[in-house]
Design a binder for this molecule. Structure first.
Ligand code: GLC
Length: 732
């Protein structure tokens, strides 16, 4: 990229460390000089282009003037470091007080070196890998103009129709909480360093519960479900020091989150202890008019600032009306002061007052796609893929097998998934190329489009397959069929892909599917035709290289599902930690009147926690150190895991509990621990988990998060459907 400022040298000197008290004094002093309008200016995030999404929210020509007038506190989505430098220079040199801007971007699973999307990475069940991916993303982002990233996305998800499941860590609150910590710490290592970025926990809260999986739809969550399932990952991010929280588009208790005082002040601030900046989502403040709780933008400004929104993204209700509202005494100026104080504090914590250009690098390409970054991306990719079926050891492929590689993803570079940061898909390694480069005997046919009724390529695919030993289908979704505003009512393989499978299977050859997807899909119609099924998600820059290693056994799949694959979309929402109901299937008092469907089973196609390996592991000898758990004590749960195969491999050992009978109905299973181990051939390892009373706690009938005395079943195993059982009693 042409560097318009080639004569500019930016200091990279260490930034001064200050205590919270010192920063507070500096902010107080600065605010004493600020006008009301300038304080309000710090509460506004200006966009990078006028929005076609929800109406032209601003005229981009006003950008510079607003910055000069001190009416912008941050900038959304600017990628060009020349422009970032120019806008920052304008703020620092041309505005009255020279307050630096905060540059924010959506870097959620990689900046230029792309990692697998977040749902895929959660299937590693390895927080160290999430930390590593976040650290690499932070390094590349902080060397290309980014001060803060709008990540991690912490929405609990139970509905694969919703396109944004690909950004999440799945359906379990405990696992999502573990990953939340890893993301925040990976991004923020040291905010004054030149390698870190501030993080933003989003979308607070409940966005993943959009009814029917329809994007931006209404959310209706019980108070207990909110606290038990949807808030824990945010608490984890806050306890890990995240600097920003973004409000969700949806309502909770029928009040839009962006203007939800109970959730933003009582829950987020007072209960969860968040002290950082609360930012709206893209025009979500204006959208409370569509939610019909504000009649105009002046009322938007009033309701949002009273609710506790500190920083308004794109919409301009704050800079247009807050000053007037304060003068009318309709808004307490203290609310402006507290919001502005938080924004300025964050800028000091990032060192932007000492070096406004700290993250501007005109040679940013030099910091991208390093060998170490690509190696890290490959490592994460290898552990994100999930082997879902492997009949008669269809996989791994043998070096001498003649392969027919067929499908729209076989030669595609579009393997990074939605929210691709600053990526260029041309960086992506391609499955076909990787197979050829590794000397495999591979022929190719397109087979069919992602999502059309065109079968004109079937004949060629059948011909190429007819000449091969094994058919490998690279199929699934196009990468932008998931992500924001990409809900699907039908989650089958799109287009004519199922028909292609059926036609190819008639050849009677081994058929492998490499499934590219941003969400769990409904594969029931074709699963019987498939001998080996590897869920490849979208594995990022190293996709092709990773898949070649996994398909040929150079790497052993170890991923396990963090989100249920339904038997069909008719089961959705379906998730492992469901309640027992009053007429459970296994207690059939009436041969008809029990919880089930007339036409499909209750069980999913592939359950939470499930994933195969080329190894085979046996679990035995589950035992507990004692049967009674007293306050402030621990019980050690032990299990022996043996690798009974001839292939070394990694195994994720999962610990669940079942509360037997208490003041509220509790799930049949609750994940409370997991460990990823590596076992050599014939190796046995004893895995231990510690259980204390806090782990057994739940929001009881009075909404107290306590551990009720009684019997708890303890389960350990390779997935949520394959478990050894013990029982303990918790006593007061
Ligand atoms: C989008 C998304 C949010 C993102 C923001 C800024 O609409 O909902 O996740 O961070 O706008 O791009």
């Amino acid at each position: 990229m042409k560097n318009k400022f080639s004569d500019v040298t930016i200091s990279r000197n260490p930034l001064p460390k200050r205590s919270a008290e010192e920063i507070k004094e500096l902010v107080d002093k600065l605010m004493s000089k600020m006008t009301l309008a300038e304080k309000i200016g710090q509460m506004y995030e200006i966009g990078h282009s006028s929005s076609a999404i929800t109406g032209p929210e601003f005229d981009s020509n006003q950008t510079v003037q607003r910055i000069k007038d001190g009416l912008a506190g941050s900038v959304l989505g600017m990628y060009d470091n020349n422009v970032i430098y120019a806008l920052q220079k304008c703020a620092v040199e041309d505005s009255r007080l020279g307050i630096p801007l905060l540059f924010c971007n959506d870097i959620i699973h990689g900046c230029r070196t792309m990692f697998p999307h977040n749902l895929a990475m959660s299937c590693t069940w390895e927080p160290n890998l999430i930390y590593e991916a976040s650290k690499v993303s932070a390094y590349e982002s902080s060397h290309s103009g980014v001060n803060l990233t709008f990540s991690p996305m912490l929405d609990l998800v139970r509905d694969p129709r919703w396109g944004r499941v690909m950004e999440s860590s799945g359906e379990d609150p405990y696992l999502a909480s573990v990953m939340a910590k890893a993301y925040v710490e990976g991004y923020q290592q040291d905010l004054l360093s030149y390698d870190s970025v501030a993080s933003c926990a989003k979308h607070f809260v409940g966005y993943g519960a959009a009814l029917a999986g329809r994007e931006y739809n209404t959310v209706d969550i019980s108070k207990r479900a909110l606290h038990q399932y949807y808030l824990p990952s945010f608490k984890s991010a806050i306890d890990s020091g995240t600097k920003m929280v973004m409000t969700a588009f949806n309502v909770v208790n029928d009040v839009p989150m962006t203007a939800n005082k109970e959730m933003l002040r009582d829950v987020l601030r007072n209960q969860l202890g968040f002290k950082g900046v609360v930012i709206s989502d893209f025009t979500s403040s204006m959208e409370i008019t569509h939610h019909k709780i504000a009649k105009d933008m002046k009322e938007v400004a009033k309701k949002c600032v009273i609710a506790g929104l500190d920083h308004e993204m794109i919409s301009t209700s704050y800079i247009d009306y807050l000053e007037e509202l304060v003068k009318e005494k309709a808004v307490d100026p203290k609310l402006i002061d507290e919001a502005c104080h938080r924004v300025l504090t964050l800028k000091y914590e990032l060192g932007l007052f000492d070096n406004p250009y700290k993250n501007v690098y005109f040679d940013f390409e030099n910091y991208w796609l390093g060998e170490a970054a690509k190696a890290s991306s490959l490592k994460v990719a290898l552990e994100s893929a999930v082997l879902l079926k492997n009949e008669k050891n269809a996989l791994p492929l043998k070096q001498n097998e003649k392969i027919a590689l067929i499908g729209p993803l076989a030669k595609s570079k579009e393997v990074v998934g939605a929210w691709g940061g600053k990526c260029n898909v041309n960086d992506s390694s391609v499955l076909y190329d990787a197979l050829v480069e590794e000397g495999h005997d591979v022929s190719y046919a397109y087979g069919c489009d992602y999502n059309s009724s065109d079968k004109s390529h079937f004949a060629e695919a059948l011909e190429v397959a007819g000449a091969a030993d094994t058919i490998v289908l690279a199929i699934g979704e196009q990468q932008h069929m998931s992500g924001e505003a990409n809900a699907r009512s039908n989650i089958k393989l799109p287009g004519v892909q199922e028909e292609l499978i059926n036609e190819l299977k008639k050849l009677g050859k081994k058929l492998i599917v490499v499934l590219f997807t941003g969400r769990p899909l409904d594969l029931t119609g074709v699963i019987d035709q498939i001998d080996g099924l590897l869920c490849a998600w979208f594995l990022g820059t190293q996709s092709g290289i990773a898949l070649e290693k996994l398909l040929y056994g150079k790497a052993n799949p170890s991923g396990k599902l963090t989100m249920t694959f339904p038997y069909t979309v008719g089961q959705v929402p379906i998730f492992y930690n469901n309640l027992n109901t009053g007429r459970p299937l296994n207690k059939v008092y009436f041969d008809h009147y029990t919880t089930r469907y007339l036409d499909i089973p209750n069980t999913p196609l592939f359950p939470f926690g499930f994933g195969l390996s080329y190894s085979k592991f046996e679990y035995s000898n589950l035992r507990v150190s004692k049967k009674t758990l007293s306050p402030n004590e621990k019980i050690i749960v032990s299990v022996d895991v043996k690798n009974v195969s001839k292939v070394a491999g990694k195994e994720i050992v999962e610990l669940y509990i079942e509360a037997t009978c208490f003041s509220v109905s509790r799930p049949n299973l609750e994940l409370k621990g997991f460990k990823k181990i590596e076992l050599d051939i014939a190796q046995t390892e004893t895995i231990e988990f510690e259980i204390d009373q806090q782990m057994l706690a739940y929001y009881n009938i009075d909404m107290q998060n306590i551990t009720e005395p009684g019997l708890y079943n303890i389960y350990v195993g390779p997935s949520s459907i394959d478990l050894l059982k013990e029982t303990i009693e918790s006593v007061n």
